[in-house]
Design a protein around this ligand. Structure first.
Ligand code: BV8
Length: 233
């Protein structure tokens, strides 16, 4: 990995699993308790806003009670020490990368800590519930929704992500099943642009065959070990 200057890291729910945050697919994960089409789509919000707001209120509260784990901390250490380009593209709406100290983080599916006003389009920091229809701090309308990207909605900052992938020497995917696009397609883009690709995941994912190298195990073991390799430890 010596000649690697520019790194793009994609993270998914698996990096937060050992912090006690449900993943979407593992047994008992979020999606088994709530059918996806019941909560993570604009149609669901239209059809049953209370159900969707209750689901996100529950997750917003749960996430705030959790702590970053050794994998988040290792990535923060790499971010601080790496003098090449580095971008952590996370599919997660939790803020554990930031709370571990990482700064070069991009939330392509939004964040649980923002409210997005559907009346005035303002996004504001939000840690409380939305079920009781609080007023937008900007315009006063009772029209807040979670600032997360639902199915059928365009993920955030895709141009920036593809620009980083084009310049990357290394693409690392951590804790994701490779089930959701466009994130699941990044490894193929990377391969087509002759970028080296590495997967760190508990087990083989739907995209494993696209990676030059795939290491299996818990993120709290694999990620610190990989960061040590990168920093010449
Ligand atoms: C879009 C935010 C385009 C909300 C999320 C048919 C075919 C292909 C694609 C589609 C299709 N039909 C529709 C689509 C598109 C759709 C899609 O991909 N659907 C899938 C289901 C087929 N995608 C979209 O709609 C996206 N938008 O395409 O827009 C467009 C174009 C033009 C104009 C407008 C739009 C938007 C998708 C975003 C949805 N929002 N999250 C919220 O969080 O509530 S998705 C959500 O699920 C996550 O963000 C993440 O992306 C995904 C879950 O995946 P993972 O993070 O990987 O989690 P998972 O549980 O699946 O896996 C965990 C992994 O960790 C496992 O592999 C496990 O082994 C591993 N693990 C577990 N423990 C550990 C571990 N690893 C290491 N250590 C451990 N301890």
């Amino acid at each position: 990995m010596a000649d690697m200057r520019n790194i793009v890291i994609l993270t998914g729910a698996g990096i937060s699993a050992e912090s006690g945050i449900d993943t979407f697919r593992d047994a008992g994960g979020l999606w088994e308790q709530h059918k996806v089409e019941d909560v993570a789509t604009p149609e669901a919000f239209e059809r049953d806003p209370d159900l969707v707001l209750r689901f996100y209120d529950m997750r917003r509260e749960a996430i705030q009670a959790k702590q970053p784990n050794a994998a988040h901390e290792a990535l923060a250490k790499l971010d601080a020490a790496w003098d090449g380009e580095l971008l952590i593209v996370t599919q997660n709406v939790d803020d554990l990368h930031e709370r571990a100290g990482a700064s070069r983080v991009l939330h392509m599916h939004g964040t649980h800590l923002n409210a997005w006003c559907t009346a005035c389009d303002m996004r504001t920091k939000w840690t409380g519930p939305m079920l009781d229809r609080p007023a937008c701090p900007e315009c006063g309308e009772r029209a807040l929704r979670p600032d997360v990207v639902w199915f059928g909605e365009m993920p955030y900052e895709m141009d920036r992500i593809y620009a980083s992938l084009r310049k990357a020497d290394l693409f690392v995917s951590i804790g994701t099943s490779g089930a959701v696009y466009p994130a699941a397609g990044f490894v193929q883009e990377a391969r087509e642009m002759r970028v080296r690709t590495l997967e760190l995941n508990l087990e083989a994912s739907m995209g494993s065959r696209w990676f030059h190298e795939s290491r299996h195990g818990p993120a709290t073991q694999l990620v610190p070990q990989w960061v040590d390799e990168m920093l010449g430890g």
